[in-house]
Design a protein around this ligand. Structure first.
Ligand SMILES: Nc1ncnc2c1ncn2[C@@H]1O[C@H](COP(=O)(O)OP(=O)(O)OP(=O)(O)O)[C@@H](O)[C@H]1O
Ligand SMILES: [Mg+2]
Length: 357
């Protein structure tokens, strides 16, 4: 899918902007605090109906205004679609080709994947972030995974409440927890396998200065065996769980590890290496999406180039030219050497956006 036109009104510091991105790589260049992230945030918010940097959508509205508006022309499977999303002080509204679609159907329709710089540190520091990264990636390829995930979380809450109050009936949640938990673990393992295959494929290896891989804290892939393992872990831990008042085993405690050249990324990787790793993960994610859905989602790389040396930046760009669909990249300093039909450069200055080439 491709964004063919973006039009913004009163979105953060952007009073009004119109741009026609190209179908491949779009650079948004400018100094700090000019509106680069605001622009990519607008594209993301049009798809996800929320921001990647704030929970409070009212922040998206330009100070002193009542409403922020993002209009997008989206070409998908050779069909042109009109999308309009407005963020008001009381909430948001969205239209697809003039009609209000069902929310879940809309999420399935318009897919945007973002990389933002904080992810580089999160990936080293928070197991919950690593699990969440994988879970959110699976949502994009298997929308039913959301239901399994929600069911698991609901059962976990109930079981924890019983454990905390030392009430009886903990066992009855256990069976459901094992069922949903085994599905989640199996889906995660399958997903990690697919991503590893892509990361080690020739297409990726040629464009990388090192090797990246993911691993999971469990290895068995057969669902019945995973369920049996979980059930056995529950029986072993129940006394401690009752003493502590919460559930100690299950996918919410498992870990996903990222490695660079077979060594653990969080302890071994430099800042630039970790940044390359996270961006490669996102590129593998969109390649996997393409295998499943037949076309690429939109990829946003916010502040992609800082901390990367010239060689890494060039490799990354070559990888994107070969293995991606439409990409939006913000940067303060990048000077793209390629000027072709596949690369378009916009300058962002004080909330105004102009085409450079
Ligand atoms: N609701 C708002 N109304 C008006 N201006 C806003 C609003 N929210 C944010 N801004 C302003 O938008 C400006 C630019 O923000 P943005 O994050 O897009 O910068 P950037 O170009 O990505 O910079 P950097 O290179 O530092 O990441 C900031 O100066 C901020 O004060
Ligand atoms: Mg920024």
């Amino acid at each position: 899918m491709n964004v063919q036109r973006i039009s913004l009104r009163n979105f953060r510091n952007i009073a009004a902007a119109e741009l026609n991105p190209c179908d491949k790589i779009n650079f948004l260049l400018g100094d700090n605090a000019q509106g680069k992230t605001n622009l990519v945030e607008a594209i993301y918010a049009a798809a996800l109906l929320k921001s990647f940097r704030t929970r409070n959508s009212a922040e998206l509205i330009m100070e002193g205004e009542e409403q922020a508006k993002v209009a997008i022309g989206l070409r998908k499977q050779q069909v042109d679609n009109r999308i309009t999303v407005t963020f008001g002080k009381q909430g948001r509204d969205f239209l697809l080709n003039g009609k209000r679609p069902e929310t879940n159907a809309y999420y399935r329709f318009f897919n945007v994947i973002v990389f933002h710089p904080e992810e580089v540190n999160y990936i080293s520091s928070y197991p919950a972030f690593r699990r969440n990264l994988i879970d959110r990636s699976i949502f994009y390829t298997d929308f039913s995974y959301i239901d399994t995930y929600r069911n698991y979380t609901r059962c976990l809450k109930q079981r924890n409440a019983l454990l905390k109050n030392r009430s009886v009936g903990v066992d009855c949640w256990q069976e459901q927890l094992v069922g949903f938990g085994a599905t989640i673990i199996q889906e995660r393992l399958k997903y990690i396998d697919r991503i590893n295959e892509i990361l080690k494929s020739d297409a990726f290896q040629k464009k990388s200065s090192e090797t990246y891989a993911l691993s999971y804290s469990r290895e068995v892939t057969d669902r019945t065996t995973i369920a049996a393992q979980l059930a056995a872990e529950f029986s072993r831990k129940i006394e401690r769980e009752q003493a502590l008042g919460y559930t100690l085993v299950g996918p919410h405690k498992d870990d996903v590890r990222f490695s660079i050249n077979t060594k653990e990324a969080s302890s071994y990787g430099s800042q630039g290496q970790k940044r390359s790793l996270v961006i490669s993960y996102k590129t593998a994610q969109i390649a996997d999406y393409k295998k499943i859905h037949g076309d690429y989602p939109i990829l946003i790389l916010d502040d992609m180039t800082s901390e990367l040396d010239r060689g890494r930046k060039n490799l990354l760009l070559e990888n994107l030219l070969e293995n991606s669909g439409q990409v939006f990249i913000t940067s303060t300093d990048y000077q793209p050497s390629q000027r072709s039909e596949q690369v378009r450069v916009f300058r962002v200055e004080a909330g105004e956006i102009n085409l450079v080439n």
